[in-house]
Design a protein around this ligand. Structure first.
Ligand code: ZN
Length: 623
């Protein structure tokens, strides 16, 4: 009796184990098939899209020639990780790709150490007035087996000033650049509109990327997520239609973008102002590039603008005649004389300094100073300096400069934000963004707890993600600059430091409508030369979460929890990691529960007793 019972139990348990193994095997199989299917789907869709752009379908290690529509171009491998000289923008894109991979392929077999990413530049690379735009084709492969695990396509643009950094990576097809440069300005405007409209009106889709082909812009709309698993739509807009308005047809069930045909005559209205010429440009008799050529203007020339137009041209006065130049070549701000190095600083002129009309001692003397005076300097060449004197351009010799003035920055805060001065306050700061995934999540958390932080954004990424930077400000956060390209300022010459800051300023003005107030030097790297050449307060930190290193929520929280008193202190984080966004979701309510008010850097400075911050001084905390 006992034996029989034992036997039955044994039989039952053997059967149970067999069933369990079978079920596990089936689960594994289903998972495996599913993962292959997903991968295939991604590949097919990427390939399909890539095919639609009429571009190459191959990739390889070395530079190679490709044929496109009877034309030849080069494709070059661009390794994006572990190379120090890389352009920051590509590197940060690679970082976000890396993060996605972490999430997507958690399997231990595919460790990141074994993977290599390759970015390929397609033929779609254009020179504009200020920028080069490239369409990047990105494929990631596992190094040994050469298995493709993902393919992506996106666009990338960079300033011509960075030419030396990326000289091997762009591709030329003759004849394209002239054609494109004329459309560039319009194109940027349209892109901005499309972005806003599209995000507002078609919430479930993502306007992911655009591709410039010979005749049109193809806009790629991804549904649901960045892998395009819910499908991809493309919309084509021909360059000829860029003067028209883009509208979104939401009435129909299929969401499409349409180009409204509205060919209007270019009209002009009177303005009468002085403008500066940004670079050498042609003068035309009519508002038409095929009209009679009247001569050229040089960089830094000051001309009288009579009228502004609704199209590409403005009317100017030249040799007492009315004529036209392109509106992309002029600026209302002074442009340094041709051959002069651009500067933008304040200098103090010594007593008896002579101010000349042009850069020659034989030219007219406008004034001889009877006391020291501070003026704005816009350029320098040899022993001559170009300055603004009585609102006009004038010149002085270097020996007339007493010294450079660095000045102070007035700290302004939003008076409507209620801050309790008796309660402690701390400033969270986030570098390296904006990032479409993690920065958005951090902003969601801040908004949820009615709190603010300071974002030291890269101006190059603000250009790419203007709406995220705008949202940062909209919810009361402060946006400072982390330079344009994440340059290590301590390695730059004074003129290159100025170039970085100028580029950042122009992005801030264009996107946010004001100059930056605060600067965080990349890597916190500051030396005497940096301090002397940055005309903004420099903000470092005194609590480092090491989030960039650990990429781990708990480690980040532990670094912060090590500290007992946060009052007046500045915490460093990076807005480009999802692990940081995870930590922020815990940290923000935790600090609030401990009685802290989360404030911006300007608020922290102001409420800790600073009305001004010194330009070129590094601040670590406001205790
Ligand atoms: Zn940084």
């Amino acid at each position: 009796m006992k034996k029989r019972k034992k036997k039955t139990i044994k039989k039952k348990s053997v059967l149970f184990v067999i069933c369990l193994v079978f079920v596990l095997c089936m689960l594994f199989l289903v998972g495996y098939i599913y993962s292959i299917k997903t991968k295939d789907k991604i590949n097919t869709e990427a390939m399909q899209y890539f095919k639609n752009t009429n571009s190459i379908k191959e990739f390889g290690k070395e530079k190679k020639e490709i044929k496109y529509s009877g034309k030849t171009a080069s494709v070059i491998k661009y390794p994006t990780l572990k190379i120090k000289t890389l352009d920051w923008d590509i590197k940060s894109k690679a970082t976000s790709i890396e993060n996605e991979y972490f999430k997507k392929y958690k399997s231990k077999k595919i460790s990141l150490g074994k993977m290599k990413y390759y970015l390929f530049l397609d033929y779609e690379t254009y020179y504009g007035v200020d920028h080069i735009i490239s369409v990047l084709y990105h494929a990631s492969i596992v190094n040994q087996s050469k298995e493709i695990i993902e393919e992506k396509i996106y666009t990338y643009h960079y300033s011509l000033d960075e030419k030396k950094e990326v000289k091997d990576t762009y591709i030329f097809i003759d004849g394209y650049k002239d054609k494109f440069s004329a459309y560039l300005k319009k194109y940027y405007n349209e892109k901005e509109n499309l972005n806003t409209n599209y995000e507002e009106k078609l919430e479930s889709n993502i306007f992911y990327t655009y591709v410039l082909t010979e005749n049109e812009i193809k806009i790629c709309l991804l549904k649901k997520d960045i892998y395009g698993t819910k499908g991809i739509e493309t919309v084509e807009i021909s360059y000829e239609n860029l003067n028209d308005t883009l509208i979104i047809d939401t009435a129909k069930k299929e969401k499409t973008l349409k180009v409204k045909n509205k060919k209007e005559e270019e009209t002009f209205k009177e303005v009468n102002k002085k403008i500066y010429i940004k670079h050498k440009t042609n003068i035309y008799e009519k508002n038409d590039k095929n009209s009679k050529f009247l001569g050229t203007l040089k960089k830094g020339d000051l001309v009288e603008q009579l009228e502004e137009g609704t199209g590409q041209f403005i009317k100017i006065k030249y040799n007492d005649k009315e004529c036209y130049v392109l509106n992309t070549v002029v600026s209302e701000n002074p442009i340094t004389k041709d051959g002069y190095k651009e500067l933008n600083d304040t200098i103090i002129l010594s007593k008896n300094a002579i101010i000349y009309e042009t850069d020659s001692e034989n030219s007219k003397q406008i004034a001889k100073l009877d006391k020291i005076k501070s003026v704005s300097r816009i350029g320098t060449k040899g022993e001559w300096n170009e300055i603004i004197y009585n609102e006009s351009i004038a010149f002085i010799k270097t020996n007339a400069i007493e010294k450079k003035e660095q000045g102070k920055t007035l700290i302004k805060v939003d008076p409507n934000r209620k801050i309790d001065l008796t309660k402690p306050m701390v400033a969270l700061t986030f570098d390296d963004g904006p990032n479409p995934s993690s920065t958005k999540r951090i902003l969601d958390t801040l908004e949820k707890y009615n709190s603010v932080a300071t974002f030291f954004d890269l101006a190059s990424l603000i250009e790419t993600y203007p709406n995220i930077a705008k949202r940062e400000e909209k919810i009361g956060c402060e946006v400072g600059t982390h330079t344009y390209s994440h340059a290590n300022l301590a390695y730059l010459s004074p003129s290159d430091i100025e170039k970085e800051m100028k580029k950042s300023t122009s992005v801030f003005k264009k996107v946010l409508g004001h100059d930056q107030v605060l600067v965080r030097a990349p890597y916190g790297s500051v030396n005497k030369q940096v301090r002397e050449n940055i005309n903004y307060p420099l903000i470092n930190w005194d609590i480092d979460t090491l989030d960039w290193q650990s990429r781990n929520k708990d480690s980040i929280l532990n670094e912060v929890r090590k500290i007992k008193d946060y009052d007046g202190r500045i915490i460093l984080m990076h807005s480009i990691y999802d692990t940081t966004a995870d930590a922020v979701e815990v940290l923000v309510p935790e600090l609030i529960n401990k009685g802290y008010q989360l404030v911006t850097i300007s608020e922290l400075a102001k409420y800790k007793g600073y009305d001004y911050l010194n330009n070129g001084t590094v601040y670590y905390s406001f205790k």
